[in-house]
Design a protein around this ligand. Structure first.
Ligand SMILES: Cc1cc2nc3c(=O)[nH]c(=O)nc-3n(C[C@H](O)[C@H](O)[C@H](O)COP(=O)(O)O)c2cc1C
Length: 365
């Protein structure tokens, strides 16, 4: 027999800034490598609308802010007119079903190679130390250390990408400060080896991140800006020696800009896809941050429910299980079995297989 709606904490409504969410289950950004030539494709209409519920929050896959922002095949962008136009039907489809849709905007920094860069140039970073070639199967090239006078151009690209996202119809943007990409490469002391105003102390290492946030907030308004962070993670050789201090500093600093949400990866996800034991918790960041707090990483129904019930987080993002279960909120509501995800199809270019062909639950609505 079907459980009553709102019978579990994950299914309770929540007001995130100006957005009235009907439940706490978030689709986090998931790169799917099916945006040929960096253009969002019509098949994404079905993919995202399958995962939309009225009043549900979705965050689109990492989306490049410029022609230097890419490091993986067929990832979408939002810096050209064509890309903005291509996003519109996808955003419209989510809105037609009542979803709230944010766009994650990113720059990969050094997690790239000459082949992804205009004119085969070097990727850019906070450092000139490259990612070990071959790590995670990528052919990473040594980066060019951004000069101080080049940094405002990147900040401006984030600003323009945010403007474009709003023009495409998105409800807001999520600044991608997680997972070892450009912003993380500035924040973390095991990558950032600068001696200028963007390196050295914790405050200086976070300067670039906060300049990006400030520019984006000034452009589209704080009520439409969230940020994703992973202080504890060590993806793409980007770790920090004091992740608790980094996380707390950023949570406090972001309060100055009034961001609508902060979306943080659990310490247990030190490495992509692995759930490890960790003595750390996000609770200090959660308590410090005044807006909506989203936790992500390795959640299932029980611990998601518990996190909401105990006030550990306001919303819970489910990555791989939402990828494989388009009707995840309904399945969690009913405590129904979940489809297993197939990691072999996460990043293949097929417009259907492993993308829109995961089955829905066969129960009467
Ligand atoms: C296929 C795949 C693509 C991902 N792409 C992104 C991305 O574009 N941006 C991002 O911030 N995180 C990305 N992630 C991380 C997820 O958003 C999420 O944080 C991670 O999968 C942990 O949550 P889970 O244990 O619920 O899957 C990706 C993860 C997977 C499995």
């Amino acid at each position: 027999m079907a459980a009553k709606p709102n019978s579990i904490p994950l299914l309770t409504p929540y007001k995130m800034g100006n957005f009235n969410l009907s439940h706490r289950i978030v689709l986090p950004p998931l790169t799917r490598s099916r945006s040929y030539g960096n253009i969002p494709q019509p098949h994404a209409v079905l993919y995202y609308s399958q995962r939309t519920t009225p009043g549900g929050l979705l965050i689109a896959e990492a989306t490049g802010i410029s022609n230097t922002a890419q490091g993986y095949p067929e990832t979408p962008g939002i810096w050209t007119r064509e890309q903005v136009e291509a996003w519109k039907p996808i955003v419209d489809a989510v809105h037609e079903k009542g979803g709230v849709f944010f766009c994650q905007i990113w720059h990969v920094g050094r997690v790239s190679s000459y082949s992804y860069q205009p004119n085969g140039e070097a990727p850019m970073s906070s450092t000139d130390k490259g990612v070990t070639p071959g790590l995670d199967g990528g052919d990473w090239s040594p980066p060019h250390r951004l000069r101080v006078d080049e940094i405002p151009h990147i900040v401006n690209d984030f600003r323009l990408a945010a403007r474009n996202a709003i023009e495409a119809g998105f409800d807001g943007v999520e600044v991608h400060g997680a997972h070892g990409y450009l912003i993380d490469q500035f924040m973390k002391d095991q990558v950032n080896d600068r001696t200028d105003e963007y390196g050295g102390s914790l405050e200086k290492r976070c300067c670039f991140a906060l300049e990006v946030v400030e520019a984006v907030v000034n452009e589209i308004g704080a009520d439409r800006v969230g940020m994703r962070l992973s202080p504890f993670a060590d993806y793409m050789e980007t770790a920090d020696s004091d992740p608790n201090a980094l996380g707390l500093y950023m949570a406090n600093a972001l309060n100055n800009y009034g961001l609508v949400y902060l979306h943080v990866i659990e310490p247990r996800m030190v490495r992509m896809g692995d759930k490890l034991e960790s003595p750390h918790s996000l609770f200090t960041m959660r308590k410090a941050f005044k807006g909506t707090f989203i936790a992500a990483g390795g959640y299932r129904r029980d611990d998601g429910d518990k996190a909401i019930e105990e006030g550990y987080a306001d919303l819970i993002a489910y990555g791989r299980v939402f990828l494989a279960n388009p009707d995840l909120p309904r399945r969690l509501e009913l405590n129904a079995p979940l489809n297993k995800y197939d990691r072999n199809t996460f990043y293949i270019p097929d417009p259907v297989v492993g993308y829109t062909d995961y089955p829905f639950l066969e129960v009467p609505a």
